[in-house]
Design a protein around this ligand. Structure first.
Ligand code: ADP
Length: 212
C-alpha cells in the first residue's frame, strides 16, 4: 500500500465524521448537499484505508488513526508488498565477460546484476564484491565469463511480487545481501521480473515517516 492521499471531499467527510460521528452516510450526504450514491466510493476508500469504521444501524465513526499509524499497521499486517516498491531488474547473460558485467554495472547504475541463461531463466547473481574479487586476481577479465564467479542457483534468495515487503527486508538482513530478484515461476525455472534492494526498503521507510 502506498502513501494515502485524500482528496478534498474525503477530507471534508473525515471532518464531518470527526465532529459528528457516529453519523449515517445519509446524514453526511445531506451536509455536503450530495446524494448518498455520490459519496459511496469516498466512504469505501476512507473505510478500507482505516480512517473510518462503519457499524450497521449506527453509522460511520472516526477511528482516530493518523496516516502514519495506518501505514505502520499496514506494514505490520503485511499489506505493503514487493510490487509496491520493486525496481526494474538489470540482467546479463551467463556468457558475458566479467569486464562487460563491470561496464553494465556502471552504465546501469546498479549494485547487483542478475544472470540469466539463453532462455531468460535466472541462473546467478553478481554483486559489486564478486566483480572486485575477480578483478584483483591475475585474470583476463575480458575472457572470463561471469558464470565462473557468480553466486549460482539453487543458492539464490528470491522473492515474488506479492510477498510482504517486511519479510523481504528481514531476509536481506538475515542473509547479509543487498538485493533480491523478484521472480515469476515458469515451467523452465524462474524468470526475473523485478529487483528489490536495500534502497527500495529505505524508500518505503521514508514514505512511512513522511505520511501524516
Ligand atoms: P557485496 O558483495 O557487494 O557486499 P552483497 O552483500 O549483496 O554485495 O553480496 C554478498 C554475496 O552474496 C555475493 O557473493 C553475492 O553474489 C551474494 N548474493 C547477493 N545477492 C544474493 C541473493 N539474492 N541470493 C544469494 N546470494 C546473493
Amino acid at each position: 500500500m502506498r502513501k494515502i492521499e485524500l482528496n478534498k471531499r474525503q477530507e471534508q467527510i473525515l471532518q464531518i465524521v470527526k465532529e459528528n460521528g457516529p453519523i449515517t452516510g445519509e446524514h453526511i450526504a445531506d451536509r455536503l448537499n450530495l446524494t448518498r450514491a455520490t459519496l459511496r466510493p469516498d466512504l469505501a476508500i476512507l473505510t478500507m484505508a482505516g480512517f473510518l469504521d462503519a457499524r450497521p444501524r449506527v453509522g460511520y465513526f472516526y477511528t482516530g488513526k493518523t496516516g502514519t499509524q495506518l501505514l505502520t499497521e499496514n506494514l505490520k499486517k503485511k499489506k505493503i508488498c514487493v510490487k509496491d516498491y520493486q525496481s526494474i531488474p538489470v540482467v546479463v547473460n551467463e556468457s558475458v565477460s566479467v569486464y562487460d558485467a563491470i561496464c553494465t554495472m556502471f552504465l546501469e547504475d546498479v549494485g547487483t546484476l542478475f544472470v540469466v541463461d539463453g532462455t531468460g531463466i535466472l541462473v546467478g547473481v553478481l554483486s559489486r564484491k564478486d566483480l572486485l574479487r575477480a578483478s584483483i586476481g591475475n585474470q583476463e577479465l575480458t575472457t572470463l565469463p561471469v558464470n565462473i564467479i557468480m553466486t549460482r542457483m539453487p543458492n539464490i534468495a528470491m522473492c515474488q511480487k506479492e510477498d510482504p515487503l517486511i519479510e523481504v527486508a528481514d531476509r536481506l538482513i538475515e542473509k547479509q545481501i543487498d538485493a533480491m530478484p523478484v521472480v515469476k515461476e515458469t515451467s523452465k525455472g524462474y524468470e526475473v521480473i523485478g529487483r528489490i534492494t536495500k534502497t527500495n526498503i529505505t524508500k518505503a521507510f521514508v514514505a512511512l515517516a513522511n505520511d501524516d
